[in-house]
Design a protein around this ligand. Structure first.
Ligand code: CA
Length: 242
């Protein structure tokens, strides 16, 4: 287990495809997790209320209701991390799941390392202190002082424009989670701009360039990961390395 994680964290695995469910459950158990299984949303809701797991992993295509309905229902109840098991090339579906309150997704068929990294990242984030909008955010050598609008890499300041700072702030306070283009645009530009994803590409490129210039070791290269058609995530360096 990753240091700082509770041993035997409890996972509720919601997946109607039996072969996939068995495979993922065995994999997680092999890594020390306790796994509770459900094959549809009704069973999942029963298990959720009875067990209150540390993490919910769910397939969106369930036989009774759409997985996003279950996500919204759980989200109204608790801030428990939710990881979506998604088919490839379903960007719209991934966005809908994230906007319903899911924390991240892994794409089927899973790479074992990717699956474990995503599980650990969302659990670690849930176990950590809540991001303080007025405080400091620290990811590896990078530090953001939100109140002072300052960003440093190993003590060296990076000069960001106000917009770049706002984009980076939304990503950093959600480090370890996937932030959709829509959520970023609404947070920085407002609701009227929620379809202008190309803005973000420009701003993220500039932020990456400025970080790289202040980071001669290259440790922060790949800090901001793009998920094409979906959004961006800041990697947590200790958990996503695999
Ligand atoms: Ca399914």
């Amino acid at each position: 287990m990753t240091p700082g994680l509770p041993p035997g964290a409890a996972v509720l695995l919601v997946e109607d495809d039996l072969a996939t469910r068995r495979e993922v459950a065995a994999f997680l158990r092999g890594h020390g997790f306790r796994v509770d299984e459900a094959g549809d949303a009704a069973a999942a809701w029963d298990r959720w209320t009875a067990q209150r797991p540390d993490l919910v992993m769910l397939d969106l295509g369930l036989p009774d209701v759409d997985g996003t309905v279950l996500i919204r229902r759980i989200r109204r109840d608790a801030a428990t991390p939710i990881l979506v098991l998604s088919a490839r090339d379903r960007e719209a579906e991934k966005v809908a799941a994230l906007e319903s309150g899911a924390d991240d997704y892994v794409t089927k068929p899973f790479g074992a390392a990717e699956l474990l990294a995503r599980v650990r990242a969302v659990l670690r984030r849930a176990a950590g202190p809540a991001a303080e909008p007025t405080g400091e955010v620290l990811v590896g050598d990078l530090r953001m002082d939100v109140a002072r609008h300052e960003v440093t890499v190993a003590g060296r300041p990076i000069l960001l424009t106000p917009r770049e700072f706002e984009v980076f702030k939304v990503l950093l306070v959600s480090a370890g989670r996937l932030v959709t283009h829509g959520r970023l645009l609404r947070a920085v530009w407002g609701t009227a701009y929620s379809d202008e994803a190309h803005y973000l590409h420009v701003y993220v490129s500039q932020i990456r360039r400025k970080i790289a210039a202040a980071d001669p070791t290259g440790d922060l290269a790949g800090l901001i990961v793009a998920e094409p058609g979906v959004g961006y995530r800041v990697r947590l360096p200790d958990t996503d390395r695999s």
